[in-house]
Design a protein around this ligand. Structure first.
Ligand SMILES: Nc1ncnc2c1ncn2[C@@H]1O[C@H](COP(=O)(O)OP(=O)(O)OP(=O)(O)O)[C@@H](O)[C@H]1O
Ligand SMILES: [Mg+2]
Length: 321
């Protein structure tokens, strides 16, 4: 009997996915050999301006061609009719038919997605209600506010009941309340549909997602659960504050179980990266007693995704120099 291979069916999967724009001198590799692994739930897609997020999304939804590599949506080849059927897509700059009413637009999109007129109308009304747009259903989209447009865009992406929702910066241009509202809706939706969402606002991604992929210059810099990413970054740094930091720094610097120790200018505290954390934890109380020093604090800082993102990005820039 052949052994059955354990295989995860990813919502979005790619192998060496690459996009090159232009030719010759104009050639630009916007996305470079990326391997995406998006599991059910909400997966964040991060990266600075020009990193290649929108380009990646456009390849996944079949809006532009793939130069090299391959991509799949739930096992179906990205760009195929069957794969498109599985996807709901909110583009970064959605183009609306501004003189259509909200309801008319959703019905139209529903029919484009393969629904019968009656079913499209029913779904449209359900979504208008869900996104608090029911009272505005007969107004032209051109007269909607930014937040209303964003919500009608997400509603339109949902009308054919997709399995995978791809949202390119759904909270861009929204005020704080509008953001909270859209984030809440995305979280609720993730019970029924997998979400692959990009945003520049890392605190938002942190609120919404379990897993993230960060890209920079078209390449993946890290892809993992936020929990694991945070753990791998936090585990190494310890911050010690006493009433004699200078002296303690001198002592610690000479220990073989310390990799790095310095006094951080901003807070005046000792930032320590130990080779052996257990030894560090043991020596601190001994040092305090021996020197009759007062301990003000000793802890491992919890880094925000923003801190980690900045650190990863700056490290990469340094490496590339
Ligand atoms: N149609 C195009 N033709 C040529 N180059 C393009 C095209 N679209 C994007 N690019 C380039 O590809 C790179 C990636 O752009 P992309 O829009 O994918 O980035 P992004 O991560 O979505 O950025 P942002 O956060 O600003 O939306 C950029 O250098 C951009 O100038
Ligand atoms: Mg973009």
């Amino acid at each position: 009997m052949t052994q059955k291979k354990l295989k995860i069916n990813y919502e979005v999967w790619s192998e060496r996915l690459t996009k090159i724009y232009g030719k010759g001198k104009e050639e630009l590799e916007a996305v470079s050999k990326i391997d995406l692994r998006v599991e059910p739930g909400i997966h964040g897609f991060l990266g600075p301006n020009g990193a290649g997020k929108t380009t990646t999304y456009n390849m996944l939804v079949g809006a532009i061609s793939i130069t090299e590599g391959e991509a799949k949506i739930r096992e179906l080849k990205a760009g195929s009719v069957a794969a498109k059927q599985l996807i709901g897509f909110l583009p970064q700059d959605p183009v609306f038919y501004e003189d259509m009413t909200g309801e008319g637009y959703l019905i139209y999109m529903g029919q484009l997605g393969g629904l019968q007129a009656k079913e499209a109308r029913r779904k449209a009304q359900e979504l208008l209600d869900y996104f608090d747009l029911f009272d505005a259903r007969e107004r032209e989209i051109g007269k909607y506010s930014g937040g209303m447009k964003q919500k009608i865009g997400i509603a339109a992406a949902l009308i054919h009941e997709p399995k995978v929702l791809i949202l390119d910066e759904p909270t861009a241009n929204l005020d704080p309340l509008g953001r909270v509202d859209v984030i809440q809706k995305i979280k609720e939706l993730s019970d029924k549909v997998s979400v692959f969402v990009s945003s520049h606002i890392l605190s938002e991604i942190e609120q919404m997602c379990e897993d993230v992929t960060m890209i920079n210059h078209g390449k993946i810099v890290v892809s993992d659960s936020i929990k694991k990413i945070k753990k791998s970054f936090v585990s190494n740094l310890y911050i010690l504050d006493t009433d004699m930091n200078e002296k303690f720094l001198e002592i610690l610097k000479n220990k073989d179980f310390i990799s790095k120790a310095r006094i951080e200018e901003i807070d005046g505290k000792i930032h320590i990266i130990p080779k052996d954390p257990a030894k560090l934890q043991k020596i601190i109380p001994e040092m305090l007693i021996e020197n009759k020093a007062t301990l003000l604090s000793f802890h491992q800082p919890e880094l925000s995704l923003q801190d980690i993102f900045m650190e990863i990005m700056s490290k990469k820039e340094d490496d590339e120099k």
